[in-house]
Design a protein around this ligand. Structure first.
Ligand code: SAM
Length: 227
């Protein structure tokens, strides 16, 4: 694929689908991957920023000209039909993604989704599982920084997710079950930070107690006691 590890990881999680929407597409690389490889018949390129959308339109002008790609300037799922087979939202906050999915006018639970929140992954997991979504993949990877990615879709009889534990909401089910290298590295870094802060002699009692709790939780994740 050659787009860089983060985009390549996202592309590797995208599946063949008649219709595909890249919400917050910016450069449009994931749509290019879908269109060039014949993985979708039609792609919607959508972005709230005119300048960002123009990047995708420039990259994919031949597809736009032929009608296989449609560029939509708008917020969230504006212009994205609720029967779109697969939706990608990557590179924005988990809370922003929840706002898009839950929007009263345009929001819906996509038939299949690949979501890569920059933060607030816990809030996103909760929203998905409490609002008719199922989660199929949920893991951390590293491309310089650490990233979470959550794939799944609209829940039905054959696609359901057994209830998540509190720790799974916070850390991601696949991370706790299989401990990917990137997840272990991020957790070790978080633990090191907590230990570093605890070394400050002037910490207020409340902050110290919170850090001790955090330290114990991270140790529990790393030694497999917390699932
Ligand atoms: C950091 S870029 C990520 C681009 C690409 N998806 C990626 O992962 O590399 C975030 C993009 O999302 C767009 N964006 C932010 N909020 C949005 C919203 N509510 N609806 C549509 N696009 C949005 C921004 O304009 C920007 O182009």
């Amino acid at each position: 694929m050659g787009y860089g590890k983060r985009i390549d990881t996202l592309c590797s999680l995208l599946t063949e689908s008649k219709t595909f929407a890249d919400v917050g597409c910016d450069h449009g690389y994931c749509s290019e991957y879908m269109l060039k490889n014949g993985l979708c018949e039609k792609a919607i390129l959508s972005d709230i920023s005119k300048g960002s959308l123009q990047k995708a339109e420039t990259l994919l002008w031949e597809y736009v000209a032929s009608g296989r790609a449609v560029a939509v300037l708008g917020d969230g799922f504006y212009g994205v039909p609720s029967d779109t087979e697969q939706v990608l939202i990557a590179g924005m906050g988990g809370s922003e993604m929840v706002s898009i999915l839950s929007d009263k006018t345009y929001g819906f639970m996509p038939l299949r989704f690949v979501l890569q929140p920059m933060h607030d992954a816990e809030k996103l997991r909760r929203y998905l599982l409490e609002n008719g979504g199922y989660i199929e993949r949920d893991f951390t990877f590293q491309d310089g920084k650490f990233y979470d990615v959550i794939c799944g879709g609209r829940e039905d009889k054959t696609h359901t997710t057994p209830a998540y534990s509190e720790a799974e909401y916070e850390f991601g089910r696949e991370n706790l079950q299989t401990m990917p290298k990137a997840f272990v590295a991020r957790t070790e870094k978080q633990l090191k930070n907590a230990i570093g802060y605890l070394a400050f002699p002037d910490l207020q009692a409340e902050s110290r107690a919170e850090l001790e709790t955090r330290k114990k939780k991270l140790e529990g994740v790393l030694n497999g006691a917390i699932k």
